[in-house]
Design a protein around this ligand. Structure first.
Ligand code: UT7
Length: 329
């Protein structure tokens, strides 16, 4: 019997309707469309509005669409993992809430927090449950309501992030398609450059932390940028090398959408042309855990069975990594 691999058998994503354009941001902070586009590649992002609407809302819509597409019922899901940095609550896990909302009554579920690399980590983790032979249907959600932790008076961060996310279904495949390899890395010493200062156990919420705006994303952009360029390019090149893939063998690069310049640097290092790079940062910005499934969802009609695909990400932690998979449908 050939090896059981975890193959993606469906993908779906969801973004809220409300748009926040560069022109809108020009009225909020000292910035301009030209600066944002040339430095990041972003034109607009989506914002989830409405009371009581958190990350699970995004995940719920994505999973409901996924199940409909694959033609299966929620009670068939064995495991649901949600990668998020903006959970509905500190606890329980947003995955538990999504499972409840979609009716995945037979699934066990938990969250993974690895900032922008969370979706990669979750796919790598979820695939092991399939490869073990113990589980048949594993859903991976990557979703964030970044607007809940963004200071819209800080021009260094508010121009980058948006809300949205998606979900994939992993199922066993014995034809050679599916997740083939992964390289995952982390270095917690990078936490000083990208983090949220308060709201955790070190610094619980107080009036002072709120007044000091410590519940928002803090980022030293230039430093993160340098680490991101190197980290994402290094792992992408490494995963190609150790799987004997040339640029011609790679059908698609699916990069985390944090900054178009980081994406270009990764593609250059791999030697793949822009026609092979999934890109939608201009419309959604950086949705953190949502970027990779949003790309797969939008490009799904162009994917062919057997395509060699490299997913790559870099984010807070620092965390970074790459996954090599063969498309299954
Ligand atoms: O997804 C998780 C990981 N995160 C990332 O990968 C993000 C990595 N970092 C970045 O993408 C970039 O560093 C940013 C997009 C955040 C910033 O771009 P940059 O090219 O690194 O800009 P900078 O911070 O070096 O700032 C350059 C100039 C500064 O002005 P001076 O000192 O040269 O006069 C800033 O004050 O641009 C100014 N600036 C802005 N100007 C207009 C900073 N933000 C803005 C803004 N609009 N929004």
């Amino acid at each position: 019997m050939s090896k059981i691999r975890a193959a993606i058998t469906a993908v779906h994503a969801w973004v809220p309707e409300t748009k926040l354009t560069n022109a809108d941001l020009e009225t909020m902070v000292d910035t301009n469309d030209e600066w944002i586009q040339s430095r990041t590649g972003i034109k607009e992002r989506r914002i989830l509005k409405g009371e009581g609407q958190g990350t699970s809302e995004i995940g719920m819509h994505a999973v409901n669409g996924l199940l409909k597409k694959r033609g299966i019922k929620a009670d068939e899901i064995d495991l649901l993992i949600c990668a998020t940095t903006t959970p509905d609550m500190q606890f329980p896990a947003t995955a538990n809430i999504i499972s409840d909302k979609v009716g995945a009554i037979n699934a066990f579920s938990y969250d993974i927090n690895a900032a922008c690399s969370g979706f990669l980590y979750a796919v790598a983790t979820g695939s092991k449950f399939i490869e073990s032979g113990q589980y048949k249907k594993v859903v991976i959600v990557g979703a964030d309501k970044m607007s809940s932790i963004i200071d819209y008076s800080d021009r260094a961060t508010c121009i980058i992030f948006g809300d949205g996310g998606g979900a994939i279904l992993l199922e066993p495949n014995e034809t050679g398609a599916g997740i083939i390899d992964s390289i995952l890395k982390s270095d917690g010493s990078g936490r000083q450059f990208l983090h949220q200062k308060a709201g955790g156990s070190v610094k619980p919420a107080t009036h002072q932390t709120v007044d000091a705006k410590e519940h928002y994303v803090y980022q030293e952009g230039q430093t993160v940028f340098k680490f991101a360029v190197k980290g994402m390019a290094d792992v992408s090149a490494e995963i190609m090398e150790r799987n004997n893939l040339t640029a011609a063998d790679v059908a698609w690069l699916v990069p985390h959408q944090a900054n178009k310049r980081i994406i270009d640097a990764t593609a250059n290092r791999m030697g793949v042309g822009p026609e092979k790079v999934m890109l939608n940062i201009e419309r959604y910005g950086n949705t953190t855990n949502g970027t990779l499934p949003l790309c797969l969802w939008e490009y799904e009609p162009q994917l062919k069975k057997g395509d060699n695909i490299i997913l790559a990400a870099f984010g807070g932690g620092f965390t970074w990594g790459a996954i090599y998979l063969k498309w299954a449908y």
